[in-house]
Design a binder for this molecule. Structure first.
Ligand SMILES: NC(=O)c1ccc[n+]([C@@H]2O[C@H](COP(=O)([O-])OP(=O)(O)OC[C@H]3O[C@@H](n4cnc5c(N)ncnc54)[C@H](OP(=O)(O)O)[C@@H]3O)[C@@H](O)[C@H]2O)c1
Length: 272
């Protein structure tokens, strides 16, 4: 349903990485844009580049999506300032690495609010508008580790599984009402994600295989909207992980437990 030069696109987490690349990809299609993240100066600079690439209207608003209710606020602001919304891309997010025992509930609650709940709030606010028009598309940027969890990323995996589950179920609820839903599952992607991630004392990163560029993910998002794809998984490492999980969930879990506990011990040894 993506209409070049017409479809209005809201992107969260548009100040860097996948969200920034998605803003440029939709600018190439001359879509009006509503961009959200916390860093206003970066959004302003990216908005200018989007205009130069052909986006006819770009509005950027700094919001902290860890604040409950902001997910609905941004949809309201988009409807008022852009005069509509056609594609909602729930992309903002960050990671926490470390064992559950070291991650207190308040850190989990904040992660949940940014990675999952703010997206739910946005979707809930956008749905009446989409359902009334029998048109619209929701994109959830989950992860391949929202399909198969890995040790020492439990809190992050929980948010990504929730996004994937929400998207999968909504796809079935909404397809007869003209509203598309896509779950994008990137593997390792070269963005600020690793640097921005919160780490406990073990300081390991959980990257899986060779990192792809954020532009690859942005093109997958465009493809998903254009062709109403239910789910897209990306990177060879990510696809391999999902394949092994299908082949033998138990063996895959044992192998991951072994690999990640070794990595954990190595990084603990390096830090002492
Ligand atoms: N990179 C990977 O390897 C990878 C793999 C699979 C899935 N993903 C998913 O892809 C999505 C985008 O990540 P990325 O790789 O592009 O990382 P990134 O470069 O760190 O970008 C994250 C974006 O989220 C925004 N954000 C973070 N916390 C926010 C908050 N409290 N309020 C509003 N915006 C917030 C950041 O903007 P501000 O800091 O300006 O607020 C930034 O624009 C995430 O959902 C991530 O889980 C990434």
């Amino acid at each position: 349903m993506l209409k070049t030069g017409v479809s209005k696109v809201l992107i969260t987490g548009a100040s860097a990485g996948i969200g920034e690349a998605a803003a440029y990809a939709f600018s190439d299609l001359k879509c009006p844009l509503f961009l959200v993240a916390r860093r206003q100066e970066r959004l302003t600079r990216i908005a200018e580049s989007c205009r130069q690439k052909g986006a006819p209207q770009v509005i950027c608003q700094a919001h902290d999506l860890s604040v409950p209710g902001k997910g609905a606020t941004i949809v309201q602001e988009c409807l008022e300032t852009l005069g509509g919304l056609d594609v909602l891309i729930c992309n903002a997010g960050y990671g926490i690495y470390g064992p559950v025992a070291k991650i207190p509930p308040d850190q989990m609650a904040r992660l949940w609010q940014v990675n999952y709940q703010s997206g739910y709030e946005s979707i809930h606010a956008a749905l009446p508008h989409f359902l009334e028009r029998k048109e619209g598309h929701i994109v959830l940027v989950s992860s391949v580790i929202g399909k198969k969890a890995i040790p020492f990323s439990a809190t992050y995996c929980a948010t990504k599984f929730a996004q994937a589950g929400l998207g999968d179920a909504m796809w079935g609820e909404l397809r007869e009402h003209g509203v598309g839903v896509s779950v994008i599952c990137p593997g390792a992607t070269a963005t600020e994600f690793q640097r921005a991630a919160q780490k406990t004392e073990c300081q390991q990163n959980t990257s899986w295989g060779v990192a792809q560029s954020p532009e690859v993910v942005a093109q997958a998002i465009v493809r998903a909207v254009q062709h109403k794809k239910r789910e897209i998984r990306l990177t060879a490492g990510g696809k391999l992980l999902c394949f092994l999980e299908r082949l033998s969930p138990s063996l895959t879990s044992h192998a991951l437990a072994w690999i990640f506990s070794r990595r954990q011990k190595n990084s603990q040894a390096e830090n002492t």
